[in-house]
Structures are given as structure tokens and as C-alpha cells.
Design a protein around this ligand. Sequence first.
Ligand code: SF4
Length: 466
Amino acid sequence: MKDPAAPSDPTVVSLVHLGCARNLIDSELILARMAEEGLLVSGDPADADAVVVNTCSFIGPARTESEETIRRYEEEKRRGALRHLVVAGCLVQRYKHRLERRFPLVDVFAEISDYRELARTLRDLTRGRRVRSYLASPGLREPERDAARMLATPGSYAYLRISHGCDHTCGFCAIPAIRGPHRSKRPEAVLEEARELIGAGVKELVLVAEDSTAWGRDLGSELPDLVEALAELEGDHQVRVMYAYPNNFPWRLAELLRDHPRVARYLDIPVQHAATPVLRAMRRAGSGDQVRRTLDRLRTEVPDLEIRTTLLVGYPGETAADAAELAPFVREYGLGRLGAFTFSREEDTPAWDLPDPVPEDVAVERYLEVVAARDEVLAAGQRALVGSEVEVLVDERAQHGGEPVAVGRTERDAPEVDPLAVLPGVDAPVGARVRARVVDVDDEMHLVCEPVAEPAAAPAAGEGAR
Ligand code: SF4
């Protein structure tokens, strides 16, 4: 930690980000607003006079991580290594003033907002002025275009939020209570943000929302219209869709996934479970059969589609027979890209009062079965790629043992959640696309590749990404 006695002007601030890609956009907004207020932003909290923790409170483990992080920086403050501590984001939005007593060394708590007020408050705080210790949200965030962001992603890709909130009421999820009902951002707003990102050199726009397939329903439009418009923007970018809801799927999207060279042949579609009684208990729209029909149709209409999903194991009332559907489901649909979670009982969610909890050890056992099936499918799928040619988008230019290494992803993989593609000995800039042959798969299921031609800079505009 920085020596607080050392003179420091301007004040150095750092942001500790927790949670999902959607929250990362909020972190990027906070970083940009802090820079606008003249604060010097550092990527290393150890350099900082002030730390902002942007929290997540989706489920128990995420909340625990947020709370532990706050305690860690409270400890830094206690021993004089940090001057100011600010806590923002979902945890504050959810628990509001209840956090103040639990974390007495936090200077300011800030609910979700456009974060201008947070940045001004932090600036005033660092100048020794009196500030309000609790910044309430002025209301649900307007679905306008986001203000300028300071990208925390490598520059090869950026997240693009297309809507706020969610109209579903899944029993396990606190998000509607935290982020409100669904509001689509206007297409012009999304396109303007996208143009700026492409202009800044971003090669992959990763579309995120609480429920991306709901985009446009409140505007008389639908997601494929937006995806197509984004894909058609001038540039050499690609568009990737995350967080699709499996019901009322806008099927023209399948055509774009299959045919449009600038739409990644990849879909993140969290289904949560495959057994009808559990989906009903979860208040999900649709049954196990409907989930399977949606995946079957996707597989038929979009050959080679890489599907990512999420499964939640151990929901109250889940029987051994319900749980036994999951591993075969993962194998049948080739779901090697899968986020699995055990149920976490959350306040302010419909599942809070449900009877018939699944004992933790049973839930963990069922979870491990799902993860084993996933790992098996992923390993087989990755090994089947050995010998094939792929295109790697470089996300990181690294060094290993004095040798350059380009680290990136193929179109089959989303950033941060899916396996990587590694090019040992290759020195290529972030954002380059490298034609490569898969020569091996490492222990973590990352593809090891070698270039089939000299690494080149990103292709000229108009060249397909597939
Ligand atoms: S679809 Fe369900 S799980 Fe996803 S954000 Fe909405 S309520 Fe939560």
C-alpha cells in the first residue's frame, strides 16, 4: 500500500471490480467519471489513496467475496495504508443502509447510478471536504446510451449493454429487485456506443443484458434487428450474444448466427435446469421439453453452433430423479461451455421461503456430477479440434520464459468464461487475428496453436471474421 504520509497530488484512486460482465461496464463508467473529475486512476490498489469496491451480490459466494473484499480494504484503512474507501454497486443497491453498521470504516456507500455523483463525492472527499456518506440512486437508470467508459477489457473486445433490468421472476434471482424491470436501450444509442468502440479498435462487441432476448419488445423491435444493425456497422468487428433467455426465442437470430460473417456462431443461453418440476418451481417460463426443443432447433438451424449455458443445481424440492436428468442433458447437447452453481438461498427472492431444501452435501454431489459431465464434453470437443485450422483473436501479448506468447480466443469462446487459444512463440498485437492450427490441448483445456501464416495485423474492413 502507498505511504499515506507521502504528498500526493492529484489523488490516486483505484477500482476493485467484482462480479459479472454487466457490472464490469458499471466499473468502466465509474473509472471514466473519476478521471473526468481529475482523479488519477491506477490499476493497482496498492498505489492508491482511495479505493472504490464495485460489488456484486448475485448469490451467496459473490456476496461473500464482496464482503471479504470490503473487510480487506477496511483493514488497510485501519492500519493507515489507505485514506478513503468507497463501496458501490449491487451489494449497496440490495442491502442499502444495512451495510453502514457492518462496515464502519467505509467513507461512502453508493447505490447504482450514472456514478457522476460518486466521482464528485470522491473528489471532494480527497480534498478534505465534508461529503454525504450515502448516495442513494436517483431512480432506475434510464435506458439511454451509456456515458463514455474507460475500458477495463484488453481492447480486442468490449462489452456492450443493450438493456437494463429483467421482467422475469426466477425464484432464485435477486436481479429484478436490484436492477428493476426490463428497459431496452434505443437502437440509435446502442449503435452510437458500438461505433465509438469500433472506432477505438475493438474487434469484438459482446452484447450483455440481464435478458438479451427481451431487447426491443418494449420498442416494437426485436434482438435480431439490433444484432444485424451492429454487425453491418462499418469496421472489421464481430458481434457475440450473451444471456439469451430460452423462451420466446427470436428465431431470426438463428439465421444471423448461421449466415452473418460478423455474428459469432456462439450463443450463451442460460437454461438453469432440464427437469420440468424444477423449472416450474424456479418460475422459469417453459418446461424441460421446451428447453430441449429450443436447443434441438438451434442445433439444426445453426450447424457448429457453440452453445454456452448455466445450470443451477440443488434448488429446493429438486429430487434425485430431477438431478439425474442433468448430466445426460449436458452430454446430449454437448454443453462443454457451462457455468454450474449450487442453489444459494437469497433474501428478497421468491425462493427464500421455499420448503424442502436440498442438503448442502447432496447439492454438492449433484453439482460435481454436472461438472464431471461438462469436463468430459469439453475435453472431447477441444481434442477434436487438434489438427484443424482456427482464427484466433489476440487478447493479450504476453511473455513466457523470455519468449513471446499471444493469448486469445477462437470464435467458439467468449472472453473470461471459456477456454483460451494460446500461440507460443508468436508476437502479435492485441486485436490481431491470427490463422492458426490447433496442435494440442493443455491441462486447462486451452487450445495450443501454431500460426499457419505470418501473424498479421487485423484484416481490412469488410473481411469476414469467420
Ligand atoms: S432471467 Fe431470471 S435469472 Fe436471469 S436476470 Fe431475469 S430473473 Fe434473474
